[in-house]
Design a protein around this ligand. Structure first.
Ligand code: SAH
Length: 240
């Protein structure tokens, strides 16, 4: 689906994602392009390609993922993104998806935003300049700055493969870089019920990667579903 949803403006990009069925739910539409919209131009260093439906370089070997992947992740995790949800965004990079996830947790209307309901999204990346970049990007909008100031979003530097137990357990975990496996630490940090959206490299698969949607049932049982084939940068050791 790459490229197909490119628009000239943020609103056109998001409307194309909806028209092509990648955004199905009104809540996702509102979180990406409603009153508290997340303008992708705030997160792309090259604003001339901000509304392309493709990944863009953000430096340090990282990319902001393609809009159709952000939309798919939000749709998949949606049932777990409620006002009291704890969410971990691993490989937060530009901070774009962390901001959209926070809109889904905190809501986008004034009434929802004034309620202190306890939900929080933590973005974790192992490159400190990207943690700073994500924070600065979010501060480009009044709504983004308010989410940070109220503690509804926090960016931290660390190895996302280990999760962030201090902030969990999590209703939803999003992984924005390709893992070697379904790391046990991450499964442990999922609530019952909870859901993880994670790209995983297929062993012996010549670089093939698949999104796995992993559910922890209310009784703690793990269920895994192989979803779509994807191409993400790898989850790695931090550069020296
Ligand atoms: N969701 C981000 C994707 C950024 S690309 C966005 O759309 O902007 C993937 C990110 O994963 C990079 O920022 C990279 O620094 C980070 N990353 C890779 N390995 C990691 C690790 N072990 N721990 C934390 N972050 C990691």
């Amino acid at each position: 689906m790459a490229w197909r949803c490119t628009g000239r403006t943020n609103a056109e990009l998001i409307s194309n994602l909806a028209a092509s069925g990648l955004i199905k739910n009104e809540r996702v539409l509102q979180a990406m392009s409603g009153r508290a919209k997340v303008d992708r131009a705030h997160y792309c260093p090259d604003s001339s390609s901000a509304y392309e439906d493709s990944p863009q370089s953000i430096g340090h070997g990282a990319t902001i993922s393609a809009p159709h992947m952000h939309a798919s992740a939000c749709e998949s995790l949606l049932a777990f993104l409620h006002p009291t949800a704890r969410v971990l965004d691993i490989g937060s990079g530009s901070g774009y998806l962390t901001h959209v996830l926070a809109n889904l947790v905190a809501g986008t209307s004034d009434a929802e935003r004034t309620q202190a309901s306890g939900g929080k999204v933590i973005g974790i990346d192992h490159i400190q300049p990207l943690v700073t970049l994500a924070t600065n990007n979010m501060c480009k909008s009044t709504d983004g700055r308010a989410l940070l100031e109220k503690g509804r979003v926090e960016f931290i530097c660390g190895d996302g493969r280990k999760g962030y137990p201090e902030g969990g357990p999590y209703d939803a975990i999003h992984v924005g870089a390709a893992a070697q496996s379904l790391h046990a630490e991450l499964l442990e940090q999922l609530k019952s019920p909870g859901r993880m959206f994670i790209p995983v490299e297929e062993q012996g698969g010549f670089g093939a990667q698949w999104i796995w949607v992993v559910d922890k049932d209310p009784d703690g049982k793990i269920r895994k579903r192989k979803s779509m084939g994807v191409r993400y940068v790898p989850l790695t050791d931090a550069p020296r």
